[in-house]
Design a protein around this ligand. Structure first.
Ligand code: GRG
Length: 304
């Protein structure tokens, strides 16, 4: 991770990522105590403390620090975006959606606690995210903006829109779903919360309008980057696992960038998005952009 990349960039990302993830995990542990109703809080904690790369909260903290804010200002917001992400994973895994048995290497929340508890714990995470976010030590004006940004990223302009489109494309022939549809699904399902995470960090950190817009454009690039890489990984996985696992049909049937534009063009797109992401960070303090560039490289080079 700390080797020079193709842009001659050098930053020791692993300790940064570990230390930020530890801070976030501690804050999440405190934010969701094991109180009544016990089974709901158990399920919430099970889902959110199950691991995960913590990309969204790290992005939120890094964006806050990029514009000169202190980490402590954005910690509630960072927890909030991870709560929303976890809520969406719980719902995505339900039998009426993707019907998945495993998540983050463990049985899914509904498999362990039952469907009704899983649905309630998802709803509770959604509510707690907003409650917790409002505890940040920032002006009401910034807070209203942050709340609006987060709400927008979840509903019919964000996660719900992406999931709805994804569900309605299921079972369609490859020819009936084009690059535009695929991009719509990705921008909403994956991009919207990543964008909100970064923008909320920049708003809370006290960024200027111009800085917030730059952060938004940067986050849009890494949102798409995240998904194109995910698609390439899925394709590789599905060919490696061919004939081996029961989940193969789901992966094989899913529309992906490599299926629509081919593996080579998808890899070229990854490189373009990496370059574009960096360009949006121009003009910021050269030391403060380092974690965000490293995060971009991490997303581009990850293998899971
Ligand atoms: C019900 C209001 C409401 C919203 C939810 C179900 C749903 C609507 C949306 C689905 C959103 C979804 C599951 C998108 C996929 C996002 C994605 C790329 C997940 C994987 O993210 P990683 O790799 O996972 O960051 P970890 O485990 O590392 O956190």
């Amino acid at each position: 991770v700390n080797e020079e990349d193709d842009f001659g960039f050098n930053f020791d990302f692993k300790p940064y990522m570990i230390s930020k993830a530890e801070t976030i995990n501690r804050a999440l542990d405190e934010a969701i105590p094991l109180i009544e109703p016990l089974n709901i809080h158990k399920a919430m904690r099970y889902a959110i403390l199950a691991g995960g790369k913590r990309v969204r909260p790290i992005l939120c903290l890094a964006a806050c620090e990029l514009v000169g804010g202190e980490e402590r200002l954005a910690i509630q917001a960072a927890c909030a975006v991870e709560m929303i992400h976890t809520m969406s994973l719980i719902k995505d895994d339900l039998p009426c959606m993707d019907n998945d048995d495993l998540r983050r290497g463990k049985p899914t929340t509904h498999k362990v606690f039952g469907e009704s508890v899983a649905i309630l714990s998802g709803g509770a995470l959604l509510a707690l995210a907003f409650e917790h976010l409002t505890e940040a030590d920032v002006s009401s004006k910034k807070m209203v903006r942050a709340v609006k940004e987060l709400a927008k990223s979840i509903g019919t302009k964000g996660l719900v829109a992406g999931q709805a489109k994804d569900l309605s494309s299921e079972g369609l022939e490859q020819n009936d779903v084009g690059l535009e549809d695929l991009e719509y699904i990705h921008v909403h399902k994956t991009g919207s919360l990543l964008e909100a995470s970064a923008v909320i960090g920049a708003v809370i950190g006290g960024g200027t309008e111009k800085e917030i817009e730059k952060v938004r454009n940067f986050a849009r690039c890494i949102g798409l980057l995240f998904q194109v890489v995910d698609d390439i990984l899925d394709e590789t996985k599905s060919s490696e696992e061919l004939g081996k696992t029961a989940g193969k049909d789901k992966v094989a049937g899913k529309l992906t960038y490599p299926k629509v534009i081919g593996v080579e063009k998808s890899k070229e797109f990854v490189e373009k998005l990496k370059r574009d992401a960096r360009e949006h960070l121009q003009g910021f303090d050269s030391d403060k952009v380092k974690p965000l560039i490293a995060l971009t490289n991490f997303i581009a080079n990850r293998n899971h």
